[in-house]
Design a binder for this molecule. Structure first.
Ligand SMILES: Cc1ncc(COP(=O)(O)O)c(C=O)c1O
Length: 433
C-alpha cells in the first residue's frame, strides 16, 4: 500500500512526524512496527508483513525469540550497565567464551566485545596494525564493512555509502573479488592481489586483509573455490593478518557459526555482529591470542562495549548457534530456500542468477539473460510491490540489481510459501511494467 493511500491512518500521521523530525539521510520504508514475532511483524494499523529481511541479517533467530526476551528481562532486573572498563561482570566473559567457540580452529583465541559490526571491523584493523606495526589494509571490490570512517573507506559502493563523505582513511588498497556471473573467478581475483603488491603497495607494508566470505551488501557473492584458501596463503607468505568479516554471514546464516568454515579456513581474526545479539546491539572480534593481546591495556574498549543486557541476549543466541542440531537445521533450511528460489527463477526471466551460501541467498536481476544488463529498476519496483502486498524485501549489489533474502531461520513453511508467492508475483508485475 503506497503512503498516499493511507491518509488518516496512524502510519500516515507517524510518517508526517518522521519527515519533520528525522534526518532524511536514514533511508527507510513507510512502515511503523507495532509488534513482531518469528518471521512476521504487524504495523500500527494492523497490517501484517512477512519479513524476508530480518533486520538485515540481525534476526536469524527470528523476532522476539522467547528465550532471548526472558534473558533480557532477567538481566534488566539485576543491572543494566556497568562499563566494562570500570567493573566487570560474568555475562561479558560468557559471551567471549561462546564467541571464541564460534571462531574456526583450535586456538588459543581471545575475544573483544563491541557494540556494532562497524566497530568490530574497525577494531580488527586496529589490532592487525598494532600487531604487525604496519599500516596498509587490503580489501575487495563489492565489500561492505560499515559506516564509520574506516568501515566506509573499506566499503566498495559509492552511492549511498561514500558520496560526499571523503576524505577517506588512507592506506587502503582494493583488489578484485570473485564474481563468476560477471567473469571474475578465483584466478583473476587472486592475481589482482598479487598485482596490487607490484603496482600499489609492497606486501611488507600490509598489516591486514579483510574479506567477507559471502559478500553481503555487495551482492551476496560467496567466495569461489580456492579463493579464501589463496588469500590465507598469501597472508601467511607476507605476514599479513587475515580478517574474516562474519558480521552478516556468521551466526548460522550460512549453516555455520562462521561462514568461512565452509572453506576449512582458520582466520587470524573474525569480526562479528548482527545476529549474535538476537536483536540486541553487540559485536565482537575474536582471534589468535598473541595477535589480540598485542595491543596495550586501554588501547581497545568503549563505554558501552558488551553491555550486560546485550550480553544476556547474546549468550542465548550463541548457545543456539553453537548447537550442532541448529547448524544442521539452518543448512536444511538454506537448501530448501535455494530450491524454492531456483523454482521462482525458472519462471522469472528477469532473474539472471540465484546465488549465495546456505540461507544467505539473493537474486541478481537482469533486463536480458543473454546480455546480463543489470536491472536495478526491476529490483526496486519488485521490492516496492512486495511491500505493498505484505512482504519485506531488501536490495543489494554494487549495481543495485539484487534482491537479498535474510528471512529468519525460524520462518515456517506457511511464511515461506506466502512470502515466495508474493515475491514471484511482484517480480512478474515489475518485469512487465
Ligand atoms: C559484512 C558487514 N560488516 C560490517 C557491517 C557493519 O555492521 P553495523 O551496521 O552493525 O555497524 C555490516 C552491516 O551490514 C556488514 O554486512
Amino acid at each position: 500500500m503506497a503512503v498516499d493511500e493511507r491518509v488518516g491512518t496512524r502510519t500516515a500521521q507517524l510518517q508526517a512526524e518522521r519527515e519533520r523530525l528525522v534526518a532524511r539521510g536514514i533511508a527507510t520504508t513507510p512502515i511503523f512496527v507495532d509488534r513482531a514475532h518469528g518471521a512476521r511483524l504487524t504495523d500500527v494499523d494492523g497490517r501484517t508483513y512477512i519479513d524476508f529481511v530480518g533486520g538485515i541479517g540481525t534476526l536469524n533467530g527470528g523476532h522476539t525469540p522467547a528465550k532471548v526476551v526472558a534473558a533480557i528481562h532477567e538481566q534488566a532486573d539485576r543491572y543494566l550497565h556497568q562499563c566494562y572498563s570500570i567493573a566487570q561482570y560474568e555475562p561479558f566473559l560468557e559471551v567471549c567464551r561462546r564467541l571464541i567457540d564460534c571462531h574456526p580452529g583450535a586456538g588459543p583465541y581471545k575475544a573483544l566485545l563491541v557494540n556494532t559490526g562497524a566497530e568490530a571491523t574497525e577494531n580488527a584493523i586496529k589490532i592487525a596494525r598494532y600487531h604487525t606495526g604496519r599500516q596498509a589494509i587490503v580489501c575487495f571490490e563489492n565489500a561492505f564493512h560499515g559506516r564509520t570512517l574506516m568501515g566506509m573507506s573499506l566499503t566498495s559502493k559509492a552511492m549511498p555509502y561514500k558520496k560526499g563523505f571523503g576524505p577517506f582513511a588512507p592506506e587502503i588498497y582494493r583488489a578484485l573479488a570473485p564474481y563468476p556471473y560477471r567473469g571474475i573467478g578465483t584466478k583473476e581475483a587472486l592475481e589482482s592481489v598479487e598485482r596490487l603488491f607490484k603496482s600499489q603497495v609492497d606486501p611488507s607494508a600490509v598489516a591486514g586483509m579483510i574479506y567477507e566470505p559471502v559478500q553481503g551488501e555487495g551482492g551476496f557473492h560467496p567466495a569461489t573455490e580456492g579463493f579464501v584458501e589463496g588469500l590465507v596463503e598469501i597472508c601467511a607468505r607476507y605476514g599479513i593478518v587475515y580478517i574474516s568479516d562474519e558480521v552478516q554471514s556468521g551466526m548460522c546464516r550460512t549453516g555455520y557459526p562462521a561462514a568461512v568454515t565452509r572453506w576449512g579456513i582458520e582466520p587470524d581474526l573474525c569480526a562479528w555482529g548482527k545476529s549474535m545479539g538476537g536483536g540486541m546491539p553487540i559485536g565482537g572480534v575474536t582471534g589468535r591470542a598473541e595477535i589480540m593481546d598485542s595491543v596495550h591495556p586501554g588501547g581497545l574498549g568503549g563505554t558501552y562495549v558488551g553491555n550486560p543486557v546485550s550480553c544476556a541476549a547474546a549468550i542465548v543466541s550463541l548457545d543456539q548457534v553453537l548447537d550442532p542440531a541448529y547448524q544442521e537445521a539452518s543448512r536444511v533450511f538454506g537448501d530448501r530456500l535455494r530450491a524454492r528460489l531456483e523454482d521462482v527463477a525458472s519462471r522469472s526471466p528477469a532473474v539472471g542468477e540465484v546465488r549465495g551460501l546456505g540461507a544467505m541467498l539473493a537474486l541478481e536481476l537482469v533486463e536480458d539473460r543473454a546480455t546480463k544488463k543489470p536491472a536495478p529498476t526491476i529490483a526496486a519496483r519488485t521490492i516496492e510491490l512486495a511491500r505493498a502486498n505484505g512482504l519485506l524485501l531488501m536490495g543489494a549489489g554494487v549495481l543495485s540489481n539484487c534482491i537479498r533474502i535474510l528471512v529468519p531461520l525460524v520462518a515456517t513453511d506457511a511464511d515461506l510459501d506466502e512470502g515466495l508467492a508474493i515475491l514471484e508475483a511482484s517480480l512478474r508485475e515489475a518485469t512487465a511494467a
